[in-house]
Write a protein that binds this ligand. Sequence first.
Ligand SMILES: [Zn+2]
Length: 272
Amino acid sequence: MPELPEVETVRRSLLPRVQGKTIEYVKVHTQKIIAPETVEHFEAVLKGQNIDTIKRLGKHLLFCLSDVTLLVHLRMEGKFYIEPSDVQKRKHEHVGVYFTDGSSMRFHDVRKFGTMRLKEHGDVYTTPPLSLLGKEPADPDFNGAYLKKRLNSIRAIKTALLDQHVVAGIGNIYADEILFCATIKPSRKAYRLSARACNRIAQCSKDILDKATALGGSSIRTYLSSVGITGKFQNQLNVHLREGKPCYKCGSIIKKVKLNGRGTYYCPTCQT
Ligand SMILES: [Zn+2]
C-alpha cells in the first residue's frame, strides 16, 4: 500500500500534468469507487471544473477544483495514468477524467479498494476522514510529547503507529523502518514506552519519511507509483522484507513475525 512518501510522489508527478486543466467530462465505470455518490451526480458535478492544485494530507490526495474538492485514497493499488483522451478504456480502469485539451487522467485499481469522494471546500478538513487524522511526522507539533499522549493504548507500538488517528501517513514499510531506527521492538506495548523512546520514534519518523519522500518513495511488490515514477527508497530499507538476512548494524539475522496480521520485520539484537 502506498504510504505518505509514495502518495506525495504521486502528487508531485501528477500536479504539473493536470494543474490548470479544465474537465470536459468524467466517465465512471465502477460506482463502488465513488460511493455513496451516484454516477450521474458525480459526473455532473465534475464537468467544467478546473484543477487549481493538488494537495495531500496523510495518504489522501486532495484535488482542489473550482467549486469542490475531490478527495482520493489510493488504498492498496490505486494508480493514475495520464494519456490522450482517445486511448481506449482498459481492464481495471474505473474512472476517466477527460480534459478540454485532449488529454485524460485515468484511475486504475485492480482490487477496487480505492475511493473518490466529493467534498465542499469548507468541509474538507473539518469532516471525516481528514478531521480524524493524527498529525503527520513533518508537522512542527509532531514530537515525543505528542506521541506519548497518543500512544496510551495496550496495543503493540507497531500497530499503534499504523493507526492513522495517531500518526497520519505511516504504513507497514515505514513503521518497520522507524522502529529499527528508534531501536524499539515492534511488539512493545505502546503505553509503556518512555518519553525518551517516544522522542526517538518522533525523530526517526521525521527523518525516514523525509528521506523516503526525497527518493520518490519505495517501489516494492504490488505498489509502483503512478505515471511512470519509480521510487528508490527500497534500496535503503534496513529491516523491511529482509527476513533471514544479516542486520547492517550488528550482523544478527533479521526476523519476521506477524503482528496484528501484518508482516513485521525487526532485528532481535538492535531492537529491544
Ligand atoms: Zn541489528
